[in-house]
Design a protein around this ligand. Structure first.
Ligand SMILES: [Zn+2]
Length: 480
């Protein structure tokens, strides 16, 4: 298929002197002014035209709030600060014509340093990236981004169009990586892939590809970007006034429907950033009630399993996703809730066992040492050990069937919750209590709680008959 994004025809003048654009995806023609009103999105097929950095910044930032970084280049790369629904952010917006030369890279590093010192989150909008002259300067960008992340500032990357090479590889390190419909990400450049004897990448892609490849957290159409980005910054705890909640709010992936009276919402984050997105383990940023922000991990349920869910349960990619999301929770101080349904391990494919064992071990190691409160909810009697692994939390709640199943394994839940409708209140109670414990008792209180997680894990590991679960996180962690 032709690489349509790159050969995209520019606007043309019609008979009456009006400017038009032709959608390269569906072939329809529409007046340029109308296309601009629609944020350059085709009204017929939802194709997202590439557009200028200034227009994209105008769409995202509060009107008149952009202040360019002193001495920064103008044009296809805009660097500076702005507000997003009143929330201060450092913004870097590049369009498809930017060339990353030394001066661009230096200005970007200056922006990152300023964001770190002034405690601002970073929003980096990337488009088709070219230019290799900057390669020797790029490690400086990595270092500045690491420093920004170490300072606890969220970094959101938004991919608009195809991204290749170093900037694309950098985007994979973002806290959250969002992609416009049709965006592609290739950490290797097309010419490198061609030299390696592979076909050139198709440039127009359906959005699911970026998700199923495990690269992006979510796909964001242009019209939703401003509201959703502000919402995500809010869920990550970035300072600023509460933004309007995107409508409709997505309810939690409760096994038995949305709990009555709960005002919470859920934003699903996909992928392990390397090999794919495992539907057997879902995760995302969530809010319980009005203001309790947390990270949610939910294993597929016996009832209502998604169709894409593999029949034999959570695979290596699922555990890698879990590790990625748990680390995100740790960095932003978000308590973690795990909802555990029936789940098993991929035991059928022998050759994958080492990979599965290593990724499960890494996820468990992360879970057991996470410096934030963790609450596990056992929803069903579980016949596989994988779901049980996620019960090694500070507090363990269980529905009656699951509580009985846990007792058989010598484990006692901290609270038996009578019905799923009672879960939100029980969760809020335990989370508030734990948050207080963590806040008041400091490292000492935390170490007692962490010890409790390890004791739970040790009991589970001793009970487990499957050798996979017996491999301790420490052992797998040392395997390098
Ligand atoms: Zn179209």
């Amino acid at each position: 298929m032709a690489r349509r994004y790159i050969t995209l025809a520019g606007p043309f003048r019609g008979e009456m002197g009006q400017m038009y654009v032709r959608c390269p995806a569906c072939g329809e023609v529409l007046p340029l002014a109308e296309a601009r009103e629609q944020a350059m999105v085709c009204p017929w097929c939802d194709f997202h035209f590439p557009w200028e950095a200034t227009a994209h910044l105008e769409l995202l930032a509060d009107a008149g709030s952009f202040r360019p970084l002193a001495g920064s280049p103008a044009g296809p790369l805009l660097l500076g600060q702005a507000t997003l629904h009143g929330r201060p952010v450092a913004v870097a917006v590049a369009d498809g014509t930017v060339r990353w030369n030394a001066s661009e890279v230096r200005a970007l590093i200056a922006l990152l340093e300023e964001a770190r010192l002034e405690r601002r989150p970073l929003l980096w909008v990337m488009a088709a990236t070219q230019g290799t002259e900057a390669e020797s300067y790029w490690p400086g960008v990595h270092l500045a981004l690491k420093r920004l992340q170490a300072a606890g500032r969220p970094w959101l990357a938004l991919l608009s169009g195809p991204g290749y090479g170093l900037p694309a590889a950098t985007a994979l390190q973002a806290d959250l990586l969002l992609a416009e419909p049709g965006a592609v990400l290739r950490p290797a450049r097309p010419e490198v892939l061609r030299r390696a004897g592979r076909l050139p990448p198709e440039v127009l892609r359906p959005p699911r590809k970026v998700l199923s490849a495990g690269w992006a957290d979510a796909v964001l159409p242009r019209r939703e970007q401003r509201a959703v980005l502000a919402h995500l910054l809010d869920l990550l705890g970035a300072a600023g006034p509460p933004p309007p909640r995107p409508e409709p709010a997505v309810p939690w992936p409760w096994p038995l429907g949305r709990p009555a009276g709960d005002e919470g919402d859920f934003f699903e984050l996909h992928g392990d950033r390397c090999s794919g997105d495992d539907a057997a383990l879902r995760g995302g940023l969530a809010r319980l009630g009005k203001d309790l922000r947390l990270l949610l991990l939910a294993t597929a349920q016996g009832r209502g399993r998604p169709a894409a869910c593999p029949p034999d349960g959570i695979g290596a990619g699922g555990w890698r996703k879990a590790t990625r999301l748990l680390l995100l929770a740790g960095r932003f101080g978000l308590p973690v809730v795990t909802l555990i349904g029936r789940s098993t391990l991929h035991l059928g494919r022998k050759q994958r066992e080492a990979e599965l064992s290593a990724s499960l071990g890494e996820a468990m190691d992360t879970f057991l040492t996470l410096p934030v409160p963790t609450v596990a909810v056992a929803l069903e009697g579980d016949d596989g050990p994988a779901g049980l692994a996620l019960t090694a939390a500070d507090a363990l709640l269980a529905l009656p069937e699951a509580a009985a199943s846990l007792r058989e394994k010598g484990l006692e839940a901290d609270e038996e919750v009578a019905t799923p409708e009672d879960l939100p209140e029980a969760l809020k109670r335990h989370l508030h209590e734990l948050l207080q414990t963590y806040a008041i008792h400091g490292p000492l209180g935390r170490s007692k709680l962490l010890q409790r997680r390890h004791v739970r894990w040790a009991r589970l590991a001793a009970e487990a008959e499957k050798p996979l679960l017996r491999c301790s996180p420490m052992e797998t962690g040392d395997e390098t």
